[in-house]
Write a protein of this length. Structure first.
Length: 294
């Protein structure tokens, strides 16, 4: 085929404009919301780290949450700012990372809102969640898929990225379901939450209800080399790099907060550091085929 639909990449070289138009359509909206989000993330995470006495959950969960806040300040916030600047300068690679970072920030905002008992920072957490969600909505509305497709070379590793994404889906879903199914079929379903101090684990909810189904659908579309599938799959690879780093950090903090707890393990620190490095390598391979002409 030599023509390209809005959702396909076949013959995408025909879409390349001489002026290489920006992937994000003109308008300040995504950048204004992104700036506000950066400010609220700094406040929410900063206060969480600076005032641990505000957290009233189990010691291990408090440690995990502080680790999450540290990761937000150390990698989520800087990556968001750099990616926004890069996108404003016309980089499609930076745009992929920006979108993935918003996914990561939404994920962590849910944890701040639902993985700790109500505290003095609650409204700040809610504001953070709201800005993260609406930043993602506005950025997606401003996305020019044709322009994104025009930035991809024929060397884009679509099927490798799709296969890796499906492996992530299967392994992640299997890990959670192996814990949840036996518990819900037992006489004490809440046993799966023992030691966490939580009524329900928001990680289970958002992974199984939102992120894993989205990644699975995107991976199938990526395998078929459709532009939306390539965009969402690559963005979620960026999201999982940041999330793996965050898990490594929160496991370290959780283990130190309560060394006797089985909820956090120091063995997960290097394990997820390796996962982050491997996913970053795949993302880098993908991004080498972005903003190129061959």
């Amino acid at each position: 085929m030599t023509t390209v639909s809005m959702t396909g990449l076949e013959g995408h070289s025909q879409l390349r404009d001489p002026d290489r138009r920006n992937v994000v359509r003109a308008g300040p909206g995504p950048y204004v919301l992104g700036g506000a989000l950066a400010a609220i993330v700094a406040l929410a995470a900063g206060f969480t780290v600076a005032f641990p006495s505000l957290l009233h959950g189990a010691a291990v969960s408090n440690g995990n949450l502080r680790g999450t806040a540290v990761a937000l300040l150390a990698d989520g916030l800087p990556v968001l700012i750099v990616a926004m600047i890069g996108t404003a300068r016309g980089s499609a690679r930076a745009f992929v990372v920006w979108l993935g970072t918003l996914g990561y920030l939404i994920y962590q905002a849910v944890l701040l809102c639902f993985a700790t008992p109500l505290n003095n920072l609650f409204l700040l957490y809610v504001a953070y969640l709201s800005l993260a969600v609406w930043s993602a909505v506005m950025l997606l509305r401003a996305t020019d898929l044709h322009a994104f497709a025009s930035r991809l070379s024929d060397a884009v590793p679509a099927r490798v990225a799709a296969a890796a994404a499906l492996v992530i889906v299967v392994l992640n879903a299997g890990a959670w379901l192996s814990k949840i199914v036996p518990a819900v079929l037992s006489s004490r379903p809440t046993s799966v939450m023992d030691g966490t101090g939580l009524v329900i684990n928001p990680v289970y909810v958002q992974d199984l209800a939102v992120w894993l189904p989205l990644l699975a659908a995107a991976a199938v579309a990526c395998w078929r080399r459709t532009s939306w599938g390539l965009l969402i799959t690559s963005a979620m690879l960026a999201m999982f790099v940041l999330e793996s780093i965050s898990i490594s950090v929160d496991q370290w903090f959780g283990s130190h907060a309560d060394p006797t707890s089985s909820v956090s393990s120091m063995s997960m620190v290097p394990a997820f550091a390796v996962v982050a490095a491997g996913t970053a390598g795949l993302l880098a391979w993908f991004l080498r085929a972005v903003d190129t002409t061959s």
